[in-house]
Design a protein around this ligand. Structure first.
Ligand SMILES: NC(=O)c1ccc[n+]([C@@H]2O[C@H](COP(=O)([O-])OP(=O)(O)OC[C@H]3O[C@@H](n4cnc5c(N)ncnc54)[C@H](O)[C@@H]3O)[C@@H](O)[C@H]2O)c1
Length: 314
């Protein structure tokens, strides 16, 4: 298959590219605005072309030949989109719309797999959150995701693309440096102590729950969507809440201590951050993912297994 991945230099994009490059039949075009390369230890790196491009300015530069599938994973994340509305709209909305329109005009009817987010939801949360719950985002990032989801529904209904929008939970364990995102500590609480660095957790409430999924699970689910028959969802409702798991800070601490030793906990500093306490109320975690499970998406790893896998990868 010929597959384009946008945001291929980012966290999910690199893992996804590595997974897709296991199949010698796949030919990938990887693109990002930053300097990046094919993921290290890819099995068939010769089957990937890397194109550095700003999708806001030149979306057509990456659609150089007919694509069977496009993964849209580029973006400005939550704190960045909140800090700079214009930038968030350009990258998260305009660039995605440009891609949709390039594909529409070429008449490719490409499978279009879009990385959306649970940030589309806002309070008050019902007892169980399904795709039927009306999205009321509490930030510009979530609003921009809803706009793109709506376009994907409409372009699929009109037959221009074969779209799926997947609402990702917080993906753990993010590699690299901590991000500016308020949720950064969800990965940092494991990653930083293992690197001998301090991680500040912005709450002392260890019973607080979070909706997360492992990077391996989200990548396998994204690959699975490549082969899904289009008619598993109605043409005008293409959104799925990705399966995930609920974890507490206490469980994250216990897992870290069990996998890497009690002394790792010394690197975790818990502080009471009142801004965070308010923000965290807007993060949903009571999901009912029966729609996604019904089409075959799944969770394979527990939080403990995700941490063990991360430690192995080091
Ligand atoms: N990681 C998570 O926990 C999570 C959770 C929910 C949703 N998502 C969504 O999944 C997708 C992938 O997330 P991620 O964690 O890999 O993000 P990331 O920030 O690691 O990667 C995004 C990439 O987009 C690139 N980019 C930014 N502006 C661009 C532009 N103008 N042109 C081309 N590329 C540009 C960045 O350089 C970056 O490499 C995103 O759309 C994100 O909103 C991620």
């Amino acid at each position: 298959m010929k597959i384009l991945i946008t945001g291929a230099g980012g966290f999910v994009g690199q893992y996804l590219a590595r997974e897709l490059l296991k199949d010698p039949e796949n030919k990938l075009i990887l693109t990002d605005i930053t300097v990046f390369s094919t993921p290290p230890s890819s099995i068939h790196p010769e089957n990937a072309i890397c194109i550095q491009a700003d999708l806001v300015k030149e979306p057509q530069a990456v659609l150089i030949e007919k694509m069977d599938a496009v993964y849209v994973l580029h973006g400005i994340m939550s704190s960045g989109a909140e800090a700079n509305l214009d930038l968030g709209l350009k990258v998260n909305v305009d660039a995605t719309r440009h891609l949709l329109d390039c594909i529409r005009k070429k008449g490719w009817h490409t499978r279009f797999i879009y990385g959306s987010s649970i940030a589309v939801y806002g309070r008050p949360f019902p007892q169980k959150i399904t795709e039927d719950v009306y999205p009321t985002p509490e930030g510009s990032y979530g609003s921009e995701k809803v706009i793109c989801e709506t376009l994907i529904n409409d372009y699929t209904r009109r037959g221009y693309i074969d779209g799926f929008a997947i609402r990702l939970p917080g993906v753990i364990i993010r590699t690299g440096a901590p991000t500016q995102a308020a949720s950064s500590f969800l990965s940092g609480i494991i990653r930083e102590p293992l690197a001998g660095k301090k991680c500040v957790v912005p709450t002392k409430d260890r019973s607080k729950t979070f909706w997360v999924c492992s990077i391996n699970d989200i990548v396998l689910n994204l690959v699975y969507i490549l082969g899904l028959p289009s008619d598993v969802l109605p043409l005008h409702r293409r959104v799925l809440n990705a399966p995930g798991m609920v974890v507490t800070i206490q469980e994250m601490r216990d897992t870290l201590a069990k996998v890497a030793g009690q002394e790792m906990l010394d690197y975790i500093e818990e502080v009471e951050d009142t801004t965070f306490a308010d923000l965290v109320q807007s993060w949903p975690c009571n999901f009912d993912v029966s729609l996604a499970s019904g089409v075959g998406l799944s969770v394979r790893e527990t939080f403990g297994q995700a941490v063990e896998e991360y430690v192995r990868s080091l």
